[in-house]
Design a protein around this ligand. Structure first.
Ligand code: ZN
Ligand code: ZN
Length: 296
């Protein structure tokens, strides 16, 4: 292994996943920290919440990520663990656009550290549609379905098929559907499970069924590793990085504070040390069009 200057060189980091995340996360831990991944494939992290909705997730994505990492600590018998959690939905400002939020958490039991990073991405295939059984038996209905399937990246990206009625039972739920014959069978089985032959198609957001999501997890794992390697200038603890933005960029004409960010606050979770840095892009004043006083 190459010599890497890292507080975690040679150590083992536990990850509980059944969704293939060990490959991408293991690579960034190895290259960025010189640490080895301990993959725990037998822990059912879906018990903490699942994408198909059979188990409701409690709390935020970050809380779920921390809970998964704690589970890995407990079962892995290591002092270090990592976990990731995703949530998907409509963009808060532009509801027609889907966004994904990926959160990744690193726990260091000995130092009492929780280091986290997140990635908000518009690169997601997250989508849902209803489909009546009659539609797939008509030519136009099938053509319409084909267009949707192409848009969500099927068949490289998997689907979840289920009856629209909630009380239909688990037998009618099909996850990880990756080919046309299976899709047709799943649609017919799901439709047959309820009096009303309408099914729901959801994109399967589990990482191993979703190459777009796996790419986001890869990107985020490198971002998190970079942060773990950054040491606090005051106390030397790992995990120094951007904590939050500070609003109030002054208007270029009248200097009134606007809602735009004027600074980045870097911080350390260990000792509470903070540093204020100017905006990344060097912008020192806001366009008067954004000013509550010049352009109310
Ligand atoms: Zn510190
Ligand atoms: Zn102004």
């Amino acid at each position: 292994m190459p010599q890497i200057s890292s507080p975690y060189a040679g150590e083992r980091v536990a990850l509980a996943t059944r969704h293939g995340k060990q490959r991408v996360i293991g690579r960034s831990l190895r290259h960025g920290l010189g640490a080895e991944l301990l993959h725990l494939p037998d822990i059912d992290t879906d018990a903490l919440g699942s994408f198909c909705g059979t188990v409701e997730r409690r709390g935020t994505a970050l809380e779920a990520g921390i809970a998964k990492a704690e589970l890995a600590l407990e079962h892995g018998g290591t002092g270090l663990a990592i976990a990731s959690e995703g949530s998907f939905g409509p963009h808060p400002a532009l509801p027609l656009l889907a966004v994904g939020l990926e959160v990744m958490v690193f726990l260091d039991r000995e130092r009492g550290l929780t280091i986290q990073e997140q990635l908000l991405t518009r690169r997601t295939n997250f989508a849902q549609r209803q489909l009546s059984l009659a539609a797939i038996d008509s030519e136009s209905g099938r053509a319409d379905l084909q267009r949707w399937l192409q848009a969500v990246g099927f068949p490289s990206h998997g689907l979840i098929v289920r009856p629209q009625a909630h009380n239909a039972g688990a037998a009618a739920l099909h996850k990880g559907v990756h080919d046309w014959p299976t899709l047709l069978t799943a649609i017919r089985t799901a439709a047959a499970a309820t009096p009303e032959p309408v099914v729901l198609l959801d994109t399967d957001m589990r990482a191993h069924c979703n190459p777009t999501r796996m790419a986001s997890i890869r990107q985020l794992s490198f971002r998190l590793v970079r942060r773990i390697r950054s040491l606090c200038p005051a106390c030397g603890a790992p995990g120094w990085g951007l904590e939050r933005h500070q609003a109030g960029l002054p208007c270029a004409w009248c200097r009134t504070p606007t809602s735009l960010n004027q600074a980045e606050i870097f911080g350390c979770r260990q000792c509470g040390h903070e540093q204020r840095r100017p905006r990344h892009d060097g912008l020192e004043a806001a366009d008067p069009g954004q000013c509550p006083s010049c352009n109310p």
